[in-house]
Design a protein around this ligand. Sequence first.
Ligand SMILES: [Zn+2]
Length: 184
Amino acid sequence: MSSREAEHAKLLYGLIHARYIITVHGLGRMREKYLKASFGKCLRSSCARTGLLPVGADDTPGVTSVKFFCPACHDVYHPTAKAHTSIDGAFFGTTFPHLFLFQHPTLEAVATPIPYIPTMFGFRMYSQQSRHRAQAARRVLGGEAIAAVAAEMEFDSKEAALVPTLSKGRFELFTVEDPEPAVE
Ligand SMILES: [Zn+2]
């Protein structure tokens, strides 16, 4: 077989593979591989070593190499194994991981995305809006108003991280003693 014929055979095999893995039988075989973590595990710490699923960024061959989808954080990653960087993404296709999780919902249900909350020196990094409200309360009314603003924020899911901060008395340190907020 000439090298050109070999390339064509490889391409044909790859495209058949992309079709096969979205059949009932193919999905079953991929499940076996997934449960053995054959496609690697997500490196994001909050994903708790969730297994990755191969995905193509494009269904057209020759566009880009295979990527890996994490069912926990729902993000897509470049391959970490060198062997994977030469595998065409179209050989897995854009549909596979989503159809796979549709067929096996329990595999997705165990993986709940946990957002990362940035902090500096133990303080949550506030949104612009909450910083302005805290600054205004500090300027005008002092500690009691700050507590009122904080209590109000407790009901705002975006500010949920403020609650443990308050319980340790850190909110006052941040808003009263600092001349300006320490974080952007
Ligand atoms: Zn992840």
